[in-house]
Design a protein. Sequence first.
Length: 293
Amino acid sequence: MPCSAVTLSLATITSIIATALLAIAFATDNWLSIEVKRTHIQNYLSKHPDAQSQSLLDSVNSKYYYYTRTKGLFRICYPKERPPTVKTYLSPLETHCNNINYYIPDENNDTKDFTDDAWTRLHMGRSMIALFIISFISIFAAFCTGVTGCWRRSPGNITATALLMLLACLLAAGAMGLWHGVEYYEKEKQVGEEYYQQWNTVLRDNARVNYGWSYMVSWVGVGCSLVAALLFSGAAVCLRAELDAEEAVNMQYLMPVYPQKQQYAYAGYPVPQPQPYSGPYYTTGSAYGPYNY
């Protein structure tokens, strides 16, 4: 089997896997998993019945950040109990969720009091979504050039497919970097009672934050897109070498053959050579010819 066929098959399979993984990660809500041990917090507050504990108990029963939740790119979902003060809806996975607000558009001018850190976090979040969308557009363009390249056996189209898959990989990796930037700002920079910096000690001691499976799937998708780009590049090299070899073979039949000047013998007999004439020569009006009377 030709090298280009094997490499193109592997590249196609890898690119399909990469696209599927990135799409799954983009659409699901398990990038961060925040598990809150509400029972431990309530037991602690019941053992310290003072005014501060009563105020904290009210927050435990109403504020969303005292509930176990998962966070994605677009939604915050509550797989167990859900806060009564937050309006939720059923996601496609039958989980109660509420949307993350990127303020596009900001109809009520809710961002007027944002700090510089809040604006930075918001811009990184918007850019993250934009980069993911552009990476999917690049993958679609790679699909078009890849189909055309396989149909026409064009190394140029396959090379373009490799470059587009590499671009998609870089865009998705950049989006992942921005996601980590948003996470850093929410944990270290952002000011507000729902952010980690202002969590009280009881909540910090009874909450555990982990990366979810959507986050892992996204990084695997980025890696697969890089592998697909390398395989498409190798397929273009193999296809170019095969076309050059075919052209070299065809050139042998297209080279002109010039006939050589040589004499051939027929039926085994040599070709007679002209002999010199040894008889008398006569000229017109000769006085010595045999028919001159």
